[in-house]
Design a binder for this molecule. Sequence first.
Ligand code: G6P
Length: 359
Amino acid sequence: SSVETGVYEHFMLKEIDEQPAVIRNIITQYQNDQGQLNIGQHLQGLKIPSRVYIVACGTSYHAGLVGKRLLEQIAHIPTEVHIASEFLYDQPLIEGDPLFIFISQSGETADSRGVLDQIKKQGFRTLTVTNVQGSTLYREADYKLLTHAGPEIAVASTKAYTAQIAVVALLSIYLAEQKGIAGSIDMFQELRTISTAMDTLKDMKDKAKHIVDEYLTDQRSCFFIGRLLDYAVCLEGALKLKEISYIQAEGYAGGELKHGPIALIEDGTPVFVLITDERIAKNIRSNAEEVVSRGAKTCVIAAEGLHEEGDQWVLPRVHPLLTPLVSVIPMQLISYYAALQRGCDVDKPRNLAKSVTVE
Ligand code: G6P
């Protein structure tokens, strides 16, 4: 391939930095000359599903957790998210006229392919959201949407995740329009705001490095806590960190800490606290206090307006359904610099493959 790191030491950092451009590219790809959503040209004949099943693995599964909220809140379609390798052997009861959405950067993941085969045999409709045109999941689905993120080389997925969420957001708007319930969200405008916010975040590398030095030096484990959408992003933040820095990291729903994991908090345990949702800002703050009183060292990443003095990172404010697109970036950067600090092979972490084509 002709893809090179250029001035970057690693593909991962290059790909983190590409995210604002990827979002702008997605806008261009799915907008016509009149500025209207033209995603429907890829969805000809698609009837409104009674329910959506999102099936994916790894980071794409985490994008699916966000996609569920978008489809439910914007298009009012009940949506379930499933890990492909689980679904394969434990298919839920399926009723009505559902749509199966496969999210996959590579379009080649064996577990997801297995579910696609299984589902097609049962006669259900399928849609693949992928970064690779012509990939197996692309070819074999009834409908296909490309994420237009450009080749992703680093094993740890970054720009593919944000691109997947942006495309599912546009799909949600399309389905809402088809149902005649399109609300007041100007999604292209919101995505432009996101790309600007991403620009400012990706330039916060010194901040990320400093946080790594202060919180993660010599640490073997840490937590990411959040609620609602922030919880979904915490799962991705923890996955990113463990993948490339080998620090054991757990993403946890803030309200669940008291039901177990709080037992693991010791003096100095790093806990990243994500706060982007007004409705639960107070609750997650009190979850943070609970761990601090057991000795944890919290690093608070909060949206502007919800932040308090002493928070470590203030995120630009964006549409409440799209916060993962900005809140994931500090986590990507922190993971990157943690791996770098430890001398890990950032782009090719041990035991992992970019695309897992065997079950
Ligand atoms: C591998 C990669 C992950 C990725 C997952 C799913 O485990 O290392 O980064 O999220 O596969 O891949 P897909 O191509 O289906 O998104």
